[in-house]
Structure formats: structure tokens, C-alpha cells
Ligand binder design. Structure first.
Ligand code: ATP
Length: 362
């Protein structure tokens, strides 16, 4: 006999083969995805990859052309936004400009016909939760700064008390410092409220810092989904690798006599292609700059390239060097605390190990 599955184990939202077309154009193309109760899932992808279209369908502002969306097992394709336990937080915030902070936050409570005294109490509680002073309650929302307005919009979203919060680039208009503060606060809010967060961003840093899982979209499909560490360290292909930071790419060809050969650096490379590339004669070798090393005495690498340093960039905690190797240039990144020393004009040997390279099909 099988045990009945607990409610926790059910995905809160499930997409099965979801498509959305506009005329001949397919914006979302057969996405199947389980969203776990209480997780922080971030959707990233280039402009036009279908992120907003997907979020709008989850919010109930749009419906799939085909496929199914279920909420805890119940089909919700055609259920409108106001009848779903989801709440969308926009980049534009959509606050009522002539109303006070308190009135903005209380709006959902008023709709639910909560008595005024109770509404006020809840609004003050939400102000505290979002780290806004309580005397902001009566302040006109347009007299708040951008970051404060962002917090008001979040407080209002929590006032709906949704099970799932959907965020469409809520921090993209803020300056860097404020963004960093709110990133951490959002993550804290996620932890303390236990709600499911689904978040769209262009910022890889935001995605890496906040998410339990990241879904990478391209051309209306999810090309990889996983925790941030896996996506960064084990990208499914060169597109995901490049989307999540800088990479070195070597286009190699195979011959039985010479193995894998890279024409641009005029080198034979030792690489480990997966079984799916067993009969390939062309491949792309992708190596992140931090996995490229200057060869120091006693250092051994599967692949060693000779070159000349021609640029140095300070990245703050790390330093990046651009090294010309035959017809190509290679990025090497070292921590600022690296004990070696390299300058523009130096002849250097740089090395990487086969296990640190992604081998993708072309
Ligand atoms: P961005 O990061 O730029 O916001 P996105 O990944 O959110 O992009 P979507 O807004 O989902 O992308 O759009 C995906 C594609 O679908 C785009 O090519 C867009 O032009 C198209 N599209 C979206 N909505 C409509 C619509 N209502 N009518 C026609 N085409 C649409």
C-alpha cells in the first residue's frame, strides 16, 4: 500500500507543456515545470525569451494557448488573477499616487472588508516588517524615495496575504547600493514568511544571491533549472555558461590522428566530452576565467597555452588579465590576494584542467 502524499510534497504550481502564442509567434513553447511550495524560484533569460509571458500566465493575467497550469492539483488555466492566491509585484510598483502609505498598504484589506482598526494594525505591522518607520503611515506615497516606495509596494503585496508572490523585476530601477540592501531583505522576507516567491530578473547577481533555484529561459523554453551553484559551475551548455558570467571559448575539431585540436591557439587540447558528443568532430570548449591559471613552478595542468599578457583589469576582489595566445585572447582571473605577479607585456604560460572545462556541441 502506498502512503498518501503530504500536501507539502505537492508542487504549489505545476506547468505541463504550457504554450502561449501571439498570432504566428510562439512566446512560450512547451514549458513543463514544478514549482515547489515555499521555494524562491528565479526566472532569468535574455530579452524576449518569454519570462514576462510566463509570469502573466502564473498570475492569471493571461492564459496558455495550450497546456495546463495547476495550483495544488487544481486546473487554473482560466482562473482570473483576483481569484488566485497569487500576487504580482511590478517593476512600476503601481501604487496609488495620491494616497498615503497607509492607504496603499491597506487597500487589499479594505477590499476584504477588514474593519478599519484592524486594518491599521496590520498596516503598521507590515511597515515594521518592511523596515519603514511607523510614522510613514500618513505620509503621501509620492513623498517617499524610490527605495521606500518599493518597500510600500512589497508591504501591500504581503497585505494580500498571497501564497505565491510573483515579482517582475522589482529592483531594476534602483541604484546599486539600495538594490543590494533590498536583495538581502527580500531573501530574509522569503525565509521569515515561508511564502513561495517567483522572481524575474535580468540581474544574474540578484538571481545568484536570492534563489533556491534558477530557471534559465531561451526562446520560450526553459533550457536549464537548478540551484545557483549548479547553474554556475555546471551549465547545461555554452549559452547558459555565457549568460552566467564571462567565459573563454575554444572551438575544437577532432581527428583520429591528432585528437581534439584548437586552431586559434594552434594547440592540441585534452578535454573530456560527454557521451552525447562521442561521434562529434567539432565541439566548443568553455572555461571560466577563474579556472584558467598562470602556471607556476610545480603546477601541472592538462592543458597549457603560451601567450603574452596585454591587459589587466581590476574587478575589486579579483584581477583579470587578458592574454594573447596565437590568434585568440584568453581571460585569466586571480584573487587579489594571489601571491604571483604578472604585468602587461610578460610572456606567460596559462593552464586549465579538462575537468574544469565544459564541452558543448556546436
Ligand atoms: P524582457 O526581458 O525584455 O521583458 P521577456 O523575456 O519578459 O523579455 P516577454 O515579454 O515574455 O519576454 O516576450 C516574449 C516574446 O513575446 C517577445 O518577442 C514579445 O514581443 C512577444 N510578446 C509578448 N506579449 C505579446 C503580445 N501581447 N502580443 C504579441 N507579442 C507579444
Amino acid at each position: 500500500t502506498s502512503k498518501p502524499s503530504s500536501k507539502k510534497a505537492l508542487p504549489v504550481l505545476q506547468l505541463v507543456n504550457v504554450c502561449r502564442s501571439f498570432g504566428d509567434f510562439t512566446a512560450v513553447s512547451g514549458i513543463s515545470l514544478d514549482i515547489r511550495e515555499g521555494e524562491f524560484l528565479t526566472i532569468v533569460g535574455p530579452s524576449g525569451s518569454g519570462k514576462t509571458t510566463m509570469l502573466r500566465m502564473l498570475a492569471g493575467m493571461d492564459a496558455p494557448s495550450s497546456g495546463n497550469i495547476t495550483l495544488r492539483g487544481e486546473l487554473i488555466n482560466q482562473v482570473p488573477a483576483r481569484r488566485r492566491p497569487t500576487c504580482l509585484v511590478f517593476q512600476s510598483l503601481a501604487l496609488f499616487p495620491h494616497k498615503s502609505v497607509g492607504e496603499n498598504i491597506e487597500f487589499p484589506l479594505k477590499v476584504k472588508k477588514m474593519p478599519p482598526a484592524q486594518r491599521r494594525e496590520r498596516a503598521l505591522e507590515l511597515l515594521r516588517m518592511l523596515r519603514l518607520p511607523e510614522d510613514y503611515y500618513g505620509k503621501n506615497v509620492m513623498k517617499c524615495s524610490g527605495g521606500e516606495r518599493q518597500r510600500v509596494a512589497l508591504a501591500r503585496a504581503f497585505a494580500y496575504d498571497p501564497d505565491v508572490l510573483l515579482f517582475d523585476e522589482p529592483l531594476s530601477a534602483l541604484d546599486y547600493k539600495l538594490k543590494k540592501v533590498l536583495e538581502k531583505e527580500l531573501k530574509d522576507l522569503h525565509r521569515t514568511t515561508g511564502k513561495t516567491f517567483i522572481y524575474i530578473t535580468h540581474s544574474l547577481e540578484e538571481a545568484m544571491v536570492m534563489s533556491d533555484r534558477i530557471a534559465v529561459m531561451r526562446g520560450g523554453r526553459v533550457v536549464q533549472i537548478g540551484d545557483p551553484e549548479t547553474i554556475y559551475a555546471n551549465p547545461a551548455d555554452d549559452f547558459v555558461a555565457e549568460f552566467f558570467g564571462e567565459v573563454n571559448k575554444f572551438r575544437v575539431s577532432f581527428s583520429h590522428a591528432g585528437g581534439w585540436y584548437d586552431e586559434a591557439t594552434a594547440q592540441r587540447l585534452e578535454i573530456h566530452p560527454g557521451t552525447e558528443l562521442a561521434s562529434a568532430t567539432e565541439a566548443l570548449v568553455v572555461v571560466r576565467p577563474e579556472y584558467m591559471h598562470f602556471v607556476e613552478a610545480g603546477g601541472h595542468y592538462d592543458n597549457v597555452l603560451e601567450g603574452e599578457v596585454f591587459n589587466e583589469y581590476s574587478l575589486g576582489s579579483r584581477i583579470q588579465y587578458q592574454v594573447r595566445c596565437a590568434d585568440t585572447s584568453v581571460l585569466v582571473e586571480v584573487p587579489r590576494t594571489w601571491s604571483g605577479s604578472v604585468r602587461a607585456g610578460d610572456r606567460v604560460s596559462i593552464g586549465f584542467n579538462a575537468s574544469d572545462a565544459l564541452v558543448a556541441g556546436v
